[in-house]
Design a protein around this ligand. Structure first.
Ligand SMILES: Cc1cc2nc3c(=O)[nH]c(=O)nc-3n(C[C@H](O)[C@H](O)[C@H](O)COP(=O)(O)OP(=O)(O)OC[C@H]3O[C@@H](n4cnc5c(N)ncnc54)[C@H](O)[C@@H]3O)c2cc1C
Length: 457
């Protein structure tokens, strides 16, 4: 027998949960179907456990300099304690997500969902048929790994959080944010860490100064980087995995982690039956309102291949609920989204890189580089960098890039000013908070360098 809904949401991650709750608050009859755990990637095997592990790994740097502040610490690390406490916390959050959905009257269905047609969804195991005015696909993405011999010996970010024991060494393939975050997590926890990436430096697409700064930070932490090559094959050798590289060399590692990108979860979802169009990369094609080419089917979050970040999925989910059930069409503006990399050192950025800004005309670049105060008593060589890029014509801030402690927190607040189209004068008018690293952003004097007609002067 078919049951009737206003909205059936497939996937209870960041985007799906927000849309379901808001739609129910606006009076819609909503069901949400989840095949794994409520909370999705972010809560269960993404942002949340990642940040907890980042915190764990950062004790290492603190212990390293503790003695310069008079502390003598005899530290040791226990991986199972971290894994167990992480599990406790994400289970707490999962329960809170379910309770929140329940409170707003959303029907919770634990199953895998499949689209039957433009207005029908079927649960794969329970065999229920749900007819609905609208379907929201919020199925996220999954790690994609290279198709090479022995690939099954490697792990992805999904498994990394729950390893039975810490390996003595790890090879991480990938120079994106997930790769570098896991590299500094494992290195901080005492694992000999190597990062291999086919590009010339980590964090492709980020400002060059951030990329170089992070590369130096990885070097300072003893993380070996192998650039411009890749992994060709894996094979078991005793307890280790023997890795063959693109340059013909081989080396054994305790574990191999693929951080080689993520693919949208569109397989076996019934999208083709409903006639939903996909992009060449497999993501679901949507318009500004997250609507697919089928007028009753919407899609939000990672499965749409727009901005693969939790706040984007949440914003898109909320906009769909507003549009469909509050008579208030909302299109999400993806043009100015700050992003952080919780590596060590931390990286955060908003707006244009120097190379991108140059395409907008003459620009001024303000740069501050210094040792974070926390390290000044020790011989730690890490350098912090804050960079502001302004349009020469009206001094509007086009980009802000920070590497060092607190980078993400600083960019989060500076993003408000950027969204208001702040100029350098607006930053200058702000009193500094002293002593902080962030005060550099409001005390820049003359530009460190300028570009006029494309030439650095
Ligand atoms: C290691 C890692 C670290 C990250 N760190 C950050 C970070 O620091 N900050 C940040 O903003 N973002 C981070 N992200 C990205 C963030 O997790 C995602 O952008 C976000 O979770 C996307 O939300 P979503 O709703 O699109 O999908 P998801 O959260 O992935 O949820 C999709 C859900 O759909 C379910 N599902 C899939 N198919 C079906 C089906 N057929 N039937 C039923 N259920 C189905 C899945 O089980 C899943 O629970 C990280 C991601 C990873 C992997």
């Amino acid at each position: 027998m078919s049951e009737s809904y206003d909205l059936v949401v497939i996937g209870a991650g960041s985007g799906g949960v927000r849309a379901a709750r808001m739609a129910a608050t606006y009076g819609a009859r909503v069901a949400i179907i989840e095949e794994y755990r409520f909370g999705g990637t972010c809560v269960i095997r993404g942002c949340v456990p990642k940040k907890l592990y980042v915190y764990a790994s950062r004790f290492k740097d603190s212990f390293d300099i503790a003695s310069t502040f008079g502390w003598h610490v005899d530290a040791s690390f226990d991986w199972p304690t971290l894994v167990a406490n992480k599990e406790k916390e994400i289970s707490r959050l999962e329960t809170a997500y379910v309770a929140g959905l329940d409170r707003t009257g959303v029907e919770i269905i634990r199953d895998r969902a499949e689209i039957v047609d433009a207005n029908t969804v079927r649960t794969v195991n329970g065999g229920r048929t749900l007819s609905t005015r609208y379907i929201l696909v919020a199925t996220g993405a999954r790690p994609s790994i290279p198709d090479i011999p022995g690939k099954e010996l490697g792990i992805t970010s999904n498994e990394a959080f729950d390893l039975k024991e810490l390996p003595h060494s790890i090879l991480i393939e990938g120079g994106g944010y997930i790769g570098v975050e896991f590299a500094t997590i494992f290195a901080g926890l005492g694992v000999h860490t190597t990062l291999i990436y086919r590009g010339t430096c980590v964090l492709r697409g980020f400002d060059e100064d951030l990329r170089e700064g992070l590369d130096a930070g990885l070097e300072n932490r003893g993380i070996r980087r192998i650039y411009e090559t890749n992994v060709k094959s894996l094979r078991r050798e005793g307890k280790d995995i023997l890795v063959s590289f693109g340059d013909g060399t081989e080396a054994p590692f305790g574990a191999v982690l693929f951080a080689t990108g993520r693919a949208p979860n569109v397989h076996n979802l019934g999208l083709e039956k409903a006639g939903v169009e996909l992009r060449a990369d497999g993501a679901i094609e949507v318009d500004r309102f997250s609507r697919t080419n089928v007028s009753s089917i919407y899609a939000v979050g990672d499965v749409t291949g727009r901005t693969a970040l939790t706040p984007a999925a949440i914003r898109e989910g909320a906009a769909v609920a507003e549009t469909l059930f509050n008579n208030n069409p909302v299109a999400v503006d993806h043009s100015l989204i700050g992003t952080a990399v919780f590596s060590e050192p931390e990286v955060a950025t908003i707006g244009l890189t120097e190379a991108e800004a140059l395409t907008h005309g003459d620009i001024d670049v303000y740069l501050a580089r210094f040792r974070p105060m926390m390290n000044t008593l020790s011989d730690k060589t890490d350098r912090m960098m804050l960079k502001m890029i302004t349009l020469a014509e009206d001094q509007r801030v086009l980009g802000l890039h920070i590497i060092g402690p607190g980078a993400a927190e600083m960019i989060q607040l500076a993003a408000i000013a950027m969204g208001m189209k702040a100029t350098k004068a607006d930053f200058d008018r702000t009193f500094a908070m002293h002593p902080t690293a962030g005060e550099e952003l409001v005390t820049f004097k003359a530009p460190t360098y300028r570009y006029r007609n494309g030439a650095k002067v």
